[in-house]
Design a protein. Structure first.
Length: 122
């Protein structure tokens, strides 16, 4: 039962935080940010919110700074919308998994291309 509650709460947090960021935040530092995952601590007191941001490192850091400056507003809104007894502390983290995946894909393509080139020489 605890795992089901945790999964439901994580999904609700992901949805509400995404809605708040996309529809209610006016901070120009926050660019195109997508919430990719929410991890709750076992006692539900902290929520690590992983954010994927399109752009260079400067844009990513700027977006993270904008989100961190609005964390009080976001937490208040989440608590009001989800109606929790205790709203978890929100900690934003950059999620670079998309870039890592793209880099791995690029490397695999190079390996495949090299393998095909070697096959023609031998």
């Amino acid at each position: 039962m605890n795992e089901q509650r945790s999964a439901r709460l994580q999904a609700a947090l992901l949805e509400e935080i995404s809605n708040i960021i996309h529809n209610e935040m006016k901070d120009p530092r926050v660019g195109f940010a997508s919430i990719t995952e929410v991890e709750l601590s076992p006692d539900y007191r902290q929520a690590k919110v992983f954010v994927s941001v399109l752009g260079d490192e400067g844009k990513k850091e700027s977006t993270l700074a904008g989100l961190n400056s609005a964390v009080g507003f976001i937490r208040t809104e989440v608590g009001r919308r989800i109606r929790l007894r205790y709203t978890p502390e929100i900690i934003f983290k950059l999620d670079n998994s998309i870039e890592r995946g793209a880099r791995i894909f690029e490397l695999l393509q190079k390996v495949e291309k090299n393998d095909k080139g070697e096959g023609n020489n031998g």
